[in-house]
Design a protein around this ligand. Structure first.
Ligand code: COA
Length: 379
């Protein structure tokens, strides 16, 4: 007797509650990490402290924070042998997210605790991974420009070091603050596609590096983290404010998606987009290129009027990064450098209360076929 599974299919798992979580929550238009609103954290916290909060379910004391920051600082550098290996990964004509996926996987080969899945080892590995993401991404940029990667500066934040290693210059304090806020805003987002990928991999009791590599692969796609890069490419393709409305109307008429709009969960707006919108206005004007904000704002109004969709985190972050002079294809890797804090928190939570994810698929294919020998088959 053939069993056919006939439960209702929730395509894309919309509305399916797959696990309990206390990492971050989305309730209507409010996003909280461990109970604190993202607005509160963006204004008062910074990325390292936010990562501590996500991993420990509490804000750190001054001593705890100093100790966590110093562990990160000590872990930012790459093993010289690893640098020699990553130099061999093709960096030209390859997407930085594909390069990053390979490079993060390689980190495991240089981590003596890679196979140790104990709570303590996972915490140490998580700190090393968090600390090295920015070092890897900026190494990629240096390598494709034909330069030697720069070493991180101890005692400086992850945001400071990212901008320093990217440009080779001491970054401006205001830009460090802006970048740090972006890291805080992208740190976690409940059971998004890449957090779920992390948890699915962790649920087989696979190791931390494997879980993070799965997440990077999921984030890369244009329907998830890859959208921020697509937004800037779209703005450049539109070219002028005057063309913006026409572009949107034509795209919608052709049933094309406008990148940076829509969300599976938020139906009344993404709180991160509201913060990034203000940052985009300020920064594009600061560099004398306010037309990028004007264009974005007009697209925002048009998509809302025509389709009732609101911007998500990726829409205004594109022009924020652009104003900072960051290469467009690094926007998604930056998302990964932040979101790794959330992925790790989800992996910790999954390991602590695990059951392997194993849903069913509803069979819609043929049944009862009999094997035919190759010489009897017709094309
Ligand atoms: N532009 C135009 N139409 C969009 C749209 C967009 N960005 N996002 C959703 N829609 C439309 C769909 O075409 C569909 O319309 P229809 O009912 O007329 O066919 C409807 O809204 C539902 O969209 P759907 O893709 O089924 O929603 P989802 O919940 O599966 O997907 C996203 C959510 C975020 C993947 C989707 O909104 C999207 O692709 N956005 C663009 C990519 C993006 O910005 N991703 C980053 C997310 S933070």
């Amino acid at each position: 007797m053939v069993e056919i599974y006939t439960a209702a299919v929730d395509k894309g798992l919309e509305g399916v509650v797959a696990c309990t979580t206390a990492v971050s929550s989305i309730m209507d238009v409010t996003l909280c990490y461990r109970g604190y609103t993202v607005e509160d954290l963006a204004e008062n916290s910074h990325f390292e402290e936010t990562a501590f909060l996500l991993w420990n379910d509490k804000l750190p004391t001054a001593t705890e924070l100093e100790s966590f920051k110093s562990e990160i600082s000590e872990s930012m550098s790459l093993d010289p042998q690893l640098i020699e290996v990553i130099k061999k990964i093709p960096a030209k004509d390859v997407h930085p997210m594909a390069w990053l996926r390979t490079a993060v996987s390689l980190l495991a080969h240089f981590d003596s605790e890679a196979q140790d899945n104990s709570v303590e080892a996972n915490r140490r590995k998580a700190t090393r991974l968090l600390a090295r993401m920015g070092t890897l991404i900026t190494a990629f940029e240096s390598l494709r420009q034909g330069r030697e990667p720069l070493s991180p500066v101890k005692g400086k934040s992850l945001a400071w070091n990212f901008l320093y290693m990217l440009t080779g210059k001491e970054p401006d304090a205001e830009m460090v603050k802006v970048f740090d806020i972006c890291l805080v805003l992208h740190a976690d987002h409940e059971l998004n596609c890449s957090a779920f990928a992390t948890r699915v991999t962790a649920s087989s009791l696979s190791d931390m590096h494997s879980a993070i590599v799965s997440a990077i692969g999921a984030l890369k796609g244009p329907l998830h983290g890859g959208a921020n890069e697509q937004v800037m490419l779209m703005l450049k393709q539109i070219g002028t404010v005057e063309q913006a409305r026409r572009f949107v109307k034509d795209a919608l008429a052709n049933k094309e998606k406008i990148m940076g709009f829509g969300h599976r969960v938020y139906k009344h707006g993404d709180p991160r987009a509201a913060i990034l919108k203000k940052m985009s206005e300020k920064l594009t004007n600061k560099i004398g290129e306010g037309h990028w904000y004007e264009m974005s704002s007009l697209i925002d109004d048009t998509v809302q009027n025509e389709k009732g969709l609101l911007p998500n985190v990726d829409f205004y972050s594109a022009t924020v990064y652009y104003s900072m002079g960051i290469p467009i294809d690094l926007y998604t890797p930056i998302f990964a450098a932040s979101r790794i804090s959330g992925w790790v928190a989800h992996a910790f939570e999954q390991y602590a209360n695990n059951r392997i994810y194993r849903p069913r698929g509803q069979w819609v294919g043929r049944q009862g076929l009999k094997y035919t020998q190759i010489e009897q088959r017709r094309g």
